[in-house]
Design a protein around this ligand. Structure first.
Ligand SMILES: *Cc1c(COP(=O)(O)O)cnc(C)c1O
Length: 360
């Protein structure tokens, strides 16, 4: 059976090596005579899986000792509430930069719990850039400063982090998780849904500095209290066991190719193939200002809706699937996460060149 090249924004491709390994271990995980799906989360075998995943994540991301790693459920969207409930409890204020739909949803949720303030927004140009930030606009006594690091729908990324001084920087890294090295010490909290770059859907990873724990409001549901999960090693209740197991296999795969430096090198090279073509094509154009382009999500358009639709239809038939852009941007979007091989992008570009020549 031929596998397609899946450009979905999420859930998205997983490395083929990982899928093969999971298949091989499906009925009998390491001689236990059972699948990881069937295993008690309190068994010593499962303990090895979850702690193994944590230690690999710590190693790959160079996570310092004073940060906790939490394996949670509820998707990134649940964190839109969990973050203010846990952190917005000093001055009750927080700053948000609105760089797209996900940042905006997080902001809206925070408004339910306190005084959330919009520092800047790029809504005026359909979020096609990262706004320039002026620290004079920041709230000096904010409990945290929130950004969405990579904007999945619009294809922008922060190449430079805001300098928030003593105010903890909180970032949604759902769509750039493990795509390149990241200095964890610059953040109070990092989090992301796993289904873009780390694992199948069902797992949300939170990396939080210890001094930010234990400040949750009284009304915080137990299941949203970071400290509860930290104190219980993410085993307060049943964790998303199988997804964490796949996450561990993905982390092993990343380590086997040389870690995050090597991952970045691959991702830069891969994205360049597509961006270089978009820059020279007369038919296809990228929608993001070049200085804020994401390595992971690449939106592009032609000048005609009919041509966009024709391209998506023919690309799908040729085995390049899920290229339709988000409705707010239109056109196309190629999500080229870690697991997308460079051949997938090279073949897509060859297909785009052919389409352009045939549709002059
Ligand atoms: C996909 C995505 C989300 C939403 O994730 P869920 O797990 O579906 O809640 C949030 N933020 C970003 C940046 C995303 O890409």
């Amino acid at each position: 059976m031929a596998r397609v090249y899946n450009f979905s924004a999420g859930p998205s491709m997983l490395p083929e090596e990982v899928l093969r390994r999971a298949a091989a271990e499906m009925l009998d995980y390491e001689g236990t005579g059972q699948s990881v799906m069937e295993m008690s989360h309190r068994s010593k075998e499962y303990e090895g899986i979850i702690r193994g995943a944590e230690s690999l994540l710590r190693e790959l991301m160079n996570i310092p000792e004073n940060y906790k790693v939490l394996f949670l459920q509820g998707g990134a969207s649940t964190q839109f509430a969990a973050i203010p409930l846990n952190l917005m409890n000093g001055s009750g204020k927080a700053d948000y930069v609105i760089t797209g739909q996900w940042a905006n949803k997080a902001y809206k949720e925070a408004c339910k719990y306190g005084d959330a303030h919009v520092v800047a927004s790029s809504k005026d140009k359909t979020f096609s850039y990262i706004p320039k930030l002026n620290p004079a606009d920041f709230t000096p006594d904010a409990d945290y400063f929130y950004i969405c690091m990579n904007n999945t729908i619009y294809g922008t990324v922060y190449h430079e982090l805001p300098d928030t001084g003593n105010v903890p920087l909180v970032a949604d890294i759902s769509s750039c998780f493990l795509s390149e090295p990241l200095d964890v010490t610059k953040f109070g909290l990092l989090y992301g849904g796993a289904q873009k770059n780390v694992a199948p859907a069902g797992l949300t990873i939170v990396i939080v500095r210890e001094d930010l724990l234990g400040k949750a409001r009284d009304i915080t549901p137990t299941m949203l209290d970071f400290k509860v999960h930290a104190d219980n090693g993410s085993m307060y209740n049943t964790p998303p066991c199988y997804t964490i197991y796949i996450c561990k296999l993905v982390l092993e795969w990343i380590k086997s190719i040389g870690g995050l430096e090597a991952m970045k090198e691959r991702n830069v090279k891969k994205a360049k193939v597509l961006y270089d073509f978009l820059d020279e094509s007369k038919m296809f154009h990228g929608t993001v200002v070049p200085e804020d382009r994401s390595l992971m999500n690449v939106p592009f358009v032609t000048d005609s809706d009919e041509l966009n639709a024709k391209f998506i239809k023919e690309a799908t038939a040729a085995g390049f699937i899920n290229l339709k852009g988000h409705r707010t941007v239109g056109g196309m979007r190629a999500s080229i996460y870690n697991a997308m091989p460079i051949e997938g992008v090279e073949k897509l570009v060859a297909f785009m060149k052919k389409f352009e020549a045939e549709n002059q």
